[in-house]
Design a protein around this ligand. Structure first.
Ligand SMILES: Nc1ncnc2c1ncn2[C@@H]1O[C@H](COP(=O)(O)OP(=O)(O)O)[C@@H](O)[C@H]1O
Ligand SMILES: [Mg+2]
Length: 279
């Protein structure tokens, strides 16, 4: 495949071959691709940062997770479930996976679309000698921060997307569901940082409790919209009839996962009918 024709498609593919199979070759040195990095979180696990990604003469605004020392299923899982989101009426982030050299070693990175103005425009503050994002002032807020400034009940559009994300994360068996892994961009709500738990979550909507106020609003919403949510779950179950959906699963080699998705939706229907949500 000719490299010169390639753009970042943000469709879950690998760089540079875009074939959803594990990259075997690094495409170059980390420092040749990224500029203007600003840290979001600094954890001992992986670093997350806003940056520009220079790829084939184009400069992209991106959000980066990595480096990951070895290939692991969660790297593919994050890119894969992101591609499923539009089928569930959710906005996808748009992800690429890249193998790059970092300090002489080939490592994996998740490169995501940055919806904001770009790294140089974000408010920063200095902590421990490192310049990092001022989390309360960036345009794309974590839900826990958004909730401090807004009344969820007064934003029905946000509330609906938020609950849809909680349901989606049940269906795809995602761990780490909490209000820092759900972000608000204007009136769009986005789900991030999905990791595969590997089994059905039994209606337990959060892995870390939200505030009492937040939990109460979600519980009320689920009760008030019982019929509508039942119908929605039934519509989602019909996804297996969609060729586009099946093609997506096949492209990622995740056909078997589809069976689980369907089973989980069926289980969720029952949990919902019996009000068995754990909040
Ligand atoms: N695509 C993105 N665009 C903008 N901000 C993002 C994006 N992905 C994640 N973030 C922000 O960065 C934070 C950390 O990213 P996350 O994927 O949760 O990694 P981790 O929690 O493992 O550090 C998130 O809570 C969110 O605020
Ligand atoms: Mg996170």
């Amino acid at each position: 495949m000719l490299l010169s024709n390639q753009q970042l498609l943000f469709n879950g593919t690998y760089l540079p071959y875009q074939n959803h199979s594990q990259s075997t070759q690094s495409i170059g040195k980390h420092e040749d691709f990224f500029s203007h990095e600003i840290f979001m979180n600094i954890t001992s696990k992986t670093s997350t940062y806003y940056a520009y990604f220079h790829y084939l003469k184009t400069k992209y605004k991106v959000f980066v997770k990595g480096p990951f020392k070895t290939w692991n299923d969660n790297i593919l899982y994050q890119a894969f479930v992101d591609e499923l989101k539009p089928f569930f009426g959710l906005q996808k982030i748009g992800i690429h996976i890249a193998k790059l050299d970092y300090k002489g070693k080939p490592l994996f990175y998740l490169i995501m679309r940055d919806f904001g103005d770009g790294a140089e425009h974000y408010p920063t503050k200095e902590k421990d000698g490192v310049k990092r994002i001022d989390k309360d002032k960036i345009p794309i807020l974590q839900m826990n921060r958004w909730l401090r400034a807004n009344d969820l009940e007064k934003h029905p559009e946000v509330l609906k997307q938020y609950v849809d994300i909680l349901l989606f994360r049940q269906i795809i068996e995602s761990s780490d569901t909490n209000n820092t892994n759900i972000i608000v961009n204007g009136n769009k709500v986005l789900s991030v940082d999905e990791n595969h738990k590997g089994y059905f979550l039994e209606g337990k909507l959060y892995s870390h409790r939200p505030t009492k106020v937040c939990a109460a609003i979600v519980a009320t919403y689920l009760k008030k919209n019982k019929t509508q949510i039942s119908e929605q779950l039934k519509t989602w179950k019909k996804l297996w009839e969609s060729q586009a959906f099946q093609q997506r699963l096949n492209a990622f080699g995740k056909t078997i996962f589809m069976q689980k998705v369907l089973e989980n939706i069926e289980k969720l229907v029952i949990h919902h009918q019996q009000d068995q949500w754990q909040l």
